[in-house]
Design a protein around this ligand. Structure first.
Ligand SMILES: [Zn+2]
Length: 279
């Protein structure tokens, strides 16, 4: 594993900066207004959160006014404790995640003391607007997708959108056990409904992308669920699914995902049935 470290914040659009936090190469955002600045995502530990905070304050030239978290995964969320004295925004489900076995396991794996972790002190269910002076940032939950509580940060006057892990550029999207395959495309549609030819989309990991990248990745995410739904409707069982399907991502992505996909379809009552022969 790489050492935890933080690249310098670099300008992406007007007054919008990104730094890359290791070891997960997560994009950390900084949006600067005339009166205050907002940090988007907090890195993988309280210590890294402190590094992010110091670097952001130097670049911003105005005080940090708030912080936002795109979702509960450790590489985005675990640094939040370093911002405990500021208004912090995130989906209301983040608080439930704090004591969950999944999160405790992540903390143990990262060598982070779970009792140091903090939930946002301004949780919300749908949307919030943050005024930074001369510009606003809109935080929106477009429904379940990569997790149950993904939040997108939109900077309208810079035509820039932080997508969190709803979109990823450095590799395929991360289909973890907490993703919602059926809903994910419509959450991405929330983003794509806002973009034009000049919009800069900053994914959770990797370089900034344009709308065509977003359209294409949305189509692939949608195709995973669509393909599994098709196979189930034809009576194909889980153990035969990989061979029987046509897949929009490589085997290393699809194979571990298939049990979860079958499970999510089964929860909707869609299970492979063996059709009786016609007499
Ligand atoms: Zn994630």
């Amino acid at each position: 594993m790489d050492e935890p470290r933080l690249s310098p914040f670099e300008a992406v659009t007007d007054g919008v900066y990104v730094a890359v936090a290791e070891p997960a190469s997560v994009n950390v955002g900084l949006v600067v207004g005339t009166e205050s600045a907002l940090v988007v995502d907090t890195g993988s530990s309280p210590h890294q959160g402190e590094q992010i905070r110091q670097a952001a304050e130097q670049v911003a030239g105005v005080p940090l006014g708030a912080v936002a978290v795109t979702h509960w995964h450790w590489d985005h969320f675990f640094g939040l404790a370093a911002f405990a004295d500021l208004p912090s925004y995130g989906h209301e489900t983040l608080a439930e995640r704090l004591g969950s076995p999944d999160l405790l396991a992540e903390a143990a794996g990262q060598g982070v003391d779970a009792t140091e972790l903090r939930a946002p002190n301004r949780p919300f269910s749908l949307a919030r607007v943050i005024d930074l002076g001369g510009r606003r940032v809109e935080l929106v939950h477009f429904g379940r997708g990569h997790t149950e509580g993904d939040v997108v940060a939109i900077v309208p006057d810079a035509n820039t959108i932080f997508a969190g892990d709803l979109l990823e550029q450095s590799g395929p999207p991360s289909f973890g056990p907490d993703c919602h395959l059926k809903d994910w495309p419509s959450a991405v549609d929330g983003i794509l409904g806002l973009v034009d030819e000049d919009t800069v989309i900053i994914p959770g990991h990797g370089s900034p992308v344009d709308r065509f990248f977003g359209f294409e990745q949305r189509a692939r995410i949608s195709a995973v669920y669509g393909q599994v739904e098709y196979l189930v409707s034809r009576g194909v069982k889980l153990d035969a699914a990989y061979q029987a399907g046509e897949w929009p991502f490589e085997a290393e992505v699809i194979r571990p995902l298939l049990p979860l996909a079958y499970q999510q379809l089964a929860a909707e009552g869609k299970v492979p049935r063996t059709h009786l022969p016609m007499l």
